[in-house]
Design a protein around this ligand. Structure first.
Ligand code: ADP
Ligand code: MG
Ligand code: MG
Length: 904
């Protein structure tokens, strides 16, 4: 006896053993244990596969173990493998730990020889069945074990069908089936240069080897990469006695789900095909029957199937999918697993199971995800009518958008304002396109991937986007794009599907998502119009809200965003970016400010800006009355407000060459642009540094804020402002600036008889700030992690550059497991977050800490922030419901994992 067996009978294992037996094997064992009608068999372990793949030969003990397991099987079934008198036939089935549907191989009817077929024909009285099974074996063995290209077999098949004057294999006579098998064998012998093996034991071992090898097939590798399944697990192999769905009219094969996996509707759902074997159902050779039709035909087997399905559901406490075969009216179960399902089905099924008393609300919450909720929030195209597809790109941000194409952001803004629905089409987008992006229904680019500026911004805004549509070429000057022979001009309408990445010509009708209507307060979950999925989302979200510890705020720069986010459940604003208030038409003020000749002129311009700024604050604080609003003081580098240096230099050079007059203003702008030009603007004059250089600017913002608070209070609302200082690196910066800000607040309030407690906090977005957070905490009332900048500076990745240069390659090579700007790098950047949090909480045990970077809306990152006991995350309005859900899930999942893992 070897130390660790490489073979286990189905009567041995259970579903917890997927590591060793693979998912299929573990579940076959589990069902055998439950007493379900599973054809007996045994499983060769994943360990055997790993040894085989490492050494290239079958492990020495394996052949012996297979032999003894086979003898046990023969005893149990009173049949003999390879013996024509009473033959045992088996299937050789792949089955890895994680389900990889259709990625690996399975060989059926192993043990078939011409002698066995002859005898089966006699025993069953059905020669056609026997020779069809033989034909199937040769076909599968040829393709899977001998690597014959399927197309070559198809050609032979066509030839035989023609010479027998029939048009399907089913219509072949016994002689036809024999002739086809012979022709396939001749092809195998021709291609391999060897005699076709006649010993069924050799067929068995070669099939096992072929299944082992299929772990490394190209499609299996690609699938694993996409699904992040480790490549060193190997597959188990299940040897199972055959049952025959192709035996008689009261035989057949099928697949079934215990509930509808597409819609989540209660009640079983499936397909059945009479006189069929193996994958005939999925292959779509003939039209299948529904389970209702199967019930009419095979009522006994159907009743048994219903009984098994209900047993399995109760046992696995989830939606199961099942492969079964009926042999002469008797049902056999060949496979089960917890079934894959759509987002809609996930929500509905989870709640059905709760209502049936099978799972708790906590479990229901653990079984759905924020990503699935996100899917339910996007509108969808109705593809029922006629559609014209013109291109395919990378689906970057889901949703369905229809609009007139526009190639310029400013133009998009103007047209949208005039009531047009537009789609911004660009080669790629930059931060300057923001106005246009906000104004349009969707974004289409010809360059860049899922992490490009367009993609990231679109996802953040919940806006549809397709990126990297390389087949279109965009001419931004001529205001058109071409794709093949087609030219699409500004104003023509296209439809873009951000879920599939398909671009259509013309306007496709969309179906609004009822879940979004519900989340936006336009549909009552208890009303008769509410669909089942809306009711399910409502109840699960309520449970998440009741469970979560993290608060969820929103990033909002405008009153409209704040209003929307509050309806979506935001509990305040965690980040109000004041620089957005100076883009668009107002950027002229900043330009003038930079060009101001003296302090007095500067003050004059700032005075003009103040009422505009105040107006912005009033709107936001009205929308968030009674909830905290964190105002971040001006952050971006000044050059962002000025013309591009390269373009301007070219223009000046041209003007000089043509001896055109250059106005003093133009000259001043040029001089300023040159003076302010930085080679690393992200590391230059921005954030707190700007406030120290031009204190008047920050003072103006604070005055505007205080005045806004007074105004809001006068209107009967309750403003709760907080001031946040960006890009702090040392506690001295904060202390210095804080004094100025506090003086200004006090000064502005003098004589009003009013008082406001305005906390002043620091962003933690430089590594130095994170490492010295304990000291910065001396002068800060709260912290907020700016995880975008923190990621950028920790990795030394300039986000806007790396996402279009080397990051995609790094992701391909798995040098990075994921884009660190999408999901927080917990080992590196996360360590800084942890250190800063520990220091702050050592300073003051209930020190308030939030997150306002992109990661505040990312599920994995949210779970991490929960584990560090942060107070809140802040994300874009559309991600608020997702963050609520995931914050609740973080609690539930940590509880389920037990106290040990919830502490880390
Ligand atoms: P996959 O993992 O690709 O689904 P399977 O190992 O499940 O591959 O097998 C493919 C098909 O062969 C399935 O439809 C299954 O029901 C059928 N099959 C496998 N083993 C047997 C058996 N012992 N008797 C009858 N049909 C079988
Ligand atoms: Mg299967
Ligand atoms: Mg920042």
């Amino acid at each position: 006896m070897p130390a660790t067996p490489l073979v286990y009978p189905f009567t041995f294992g259970d579903r917890s053993m997927a590591d060793l037996l693979g998912g299929k094997g573990a579940n076959l064992s589990e069902m055998t244990r439950m007493g379900l009608p599973v054809p007996p068999g045994f499983t060769i372990t994943t360990q055997a596969c790993r040894e085989f793949l490492a050494s290239g030969v079958i492990p020495s003990s394996l052949t012996g173990e297979i032999e003894s397991a086979l003898r046990e099987l023969e005893k149990m079934l009173d049949k003999k493998f390879g013996d024509p008198k009473n033959p045992l036939l088996v299937s050789v089935r792949s089955g890895a730990k994680f389900s990889m549907p259709g990625m690996m191989e399975t060989v059926l009817n192993v043990g078939m020889t011409p002698e066995v077929a002859e005898s089966l024909a006699k025993q069953t009285g059905d020669a056609k069945f026997a020779w069809d099974s033989y034909r199937r074996f040769i076909d599968m063995f040829g393709r899977i074990v001998c690597d014959i290209p399927p197309a070559d077999f198809k050609k032979i098949e066509a030839r035989i069908l023609e010479s027998h004057s029939v048009n399907s294999i089913q219509a072949l006579t016994v002689d036809g089936l024999k002739a086809l098998s012979q022709a396939l064998i001749r092809e195998i012998e021709a291609q391999t240069g060897k005699d076709f093996p006649t010993d069924p034991r050799q067929h068995l071992i070669s099939s096992v080897e072929a299944v082992f090898h299929s772990w490394n097939s190209e499609r299996a590798q690609i699938y694993r990469q996409r699904e992040r399944i480790p490549s060193d697990l190997g597959t188990a192999v299940n040897i199972q006695s055959m049952v025959f769905g192709n035996l008689s009219d009261d035989s057949g094969t099928g697949v079934a789900f215990t509930r509808n996996p597409a819609t989540g509707e209660n009640g079983s759902y499936g397909d059945y095909l009479d006189r069929a074997q193996g994958e005939d159902v999925v292959a779509g050779i003939r039209n299948t029957m529904t389970l209702v039709e199967m019930n009419e035909r095979e009522p006994k087997a159907f009743q048994e199937l219903e009984r098994v399905m209900s047993l399995l559901e109760n046992h696995y406490r989830d939606l199961c999918d099942i492969e079964f075969t009926v042999e002469r009216g008797k049902l056999w179960i060949l496979q089960t697993r917890v079934g894959k399902r759509t987002a809609e089905a996930a929500f509905r099924v989870a709640l059905q199971l709760v209502d049936e008393g099978k799972i708790s609300m906590d479990e229901a919450l653990s079984r759905i995800s924020g990503e699935q909720l996100g899917h339910l929030m996007f509108p969808q195209f109705d593809l029922a009518g006629q559609v014209t597809e013109i291109a395919r790109g990378i689906p970057a941000s889901a949703g369905a958008a229809v609009g007139e194409v526009v190639f310029d952001s400013r133009r998009a803004f103007d047209l949208a304002r005039a009531g047009h629905k537009v789609i911004l089409v660009r080669r790629e987008t930059s931060p300057d396109d923001l106005v246009g992006m906000v104004a349009s229904e969707g974004i289409l680019t010809s360059r860049g991937g899922k992490t490009s500026h367009a993609a990231v911004v679109a996802r953040g805004m919940g806006k549809t986007a397709i990126c990297g549509t390389e087949s279109i070429s965009v001419d931004e000057r001529a205001n058109l794009f071409t794709v093949g022979a087609l030219t699409v001009y500004e104003g023509e309408v296209i439809s873009i599907d951000g879920t599939s990445g398909i671009v259509y010509l013309g306007a496709l009708p969309t179906i609004a998502s009822p879940v979004t209507a519900y989340l936006e307060g336009k549909l009552d979950a208890n009303s008769s119009q509410a669909t089942p999925v809306v009711k399910a989302v409502d109840r699960i979200l309520q449970h998440a809200d009741a469970s979560r510890v993290l608060r969820v705020r929103t990033n909002a720069d405008t009153p409209e965003d704040a209003v929307r986010a509050r309806i979506l459940g935001a509990e305040g604003v965690g980040l109000c970016r004041t620089e957005h208030m100076f883009l668009g038409p107002r950027r002229a003020y900043v330009e003038s400010l930079i060009l101001a000749e003296n302090e007095e002129a500067q003050r004059g311009i700032i005075a003009e800006m103040e009422p505009l700024q105040r107006g912005d604050f009033v709107g936001i604080m009205m929308a968030m009355s009674g909830l905290p609003v964190t105002i971040r003081l001006l952050d971006p580098p000044l050059h962002e407000f000025l013309p591009n240096i390269a373009e301007l230099s070219a223009e000046m050079a041209r003007a000089e060459a043509l001896r055109e007059e250059i106005s003093p203003r133009q000259q001043a702008v040029f001089a300023a642009v040159k003076r302010l030009h930085e080679s690393n603007p992200m590391l230059g004059l921005r954030g707190v540094r700007l406030g120290i250089l031009i204190p008047e600017l920050f003072k103006m913002q604070v005055r505007a804020l205080v005045h806004a608070c007074l105004e809001v209070r006068k209107l009967g609302h309750n403003p709760m402002p907080e001031i946040m200082v960006p890009l702090v690196a040392t506690q001295r910066e904060l202390l210095y600036l804080r004094k100025t800000l506090e003086e200004e607040i006090a000064h502005t309030l003098t004589g009003t008889g009013q008082h406001f407690d305005i906390p002043i906090g620091s962003m933690i977005e430089t590594p130095r700030a994170a490492m010295t957070a304990g000291k910065i905490a001396d002068h800060a009332d709260f912290f907020s992690f700016g995880t975008n900048d923190l990621t950028q500076m920790t990795w030394a990745f300039s986000r806007d550059d790396v996402e279009s240069s080397f990051l995609p390659r790094y992701l391909d090579l798995e040098l990075l497991p994921f884009n660190p700007f999408e999901s927080l790098d917990q080992d590196g950047v996360g360590l800084l977050v942890r250190i800063a949090t520990e220091q702050a909480r050592a300073h003051t045990s209930d020190f308030k800490i939030g997150v306002c970077g992109e990661h505040g809306g990312d599920p994995r990152s949210i779970h991490f922030f929960h584990s560090l006991h942060l107070d809140y995350v802040s994300c874009s309005p559309f991600r608020v419901p997702i963050a609520r859900l995931e914050s609740g899930r973080a609690v539930v999942l940590a509880n389920m994992a037990g106290p040990a893992s919830s502490s880390t």
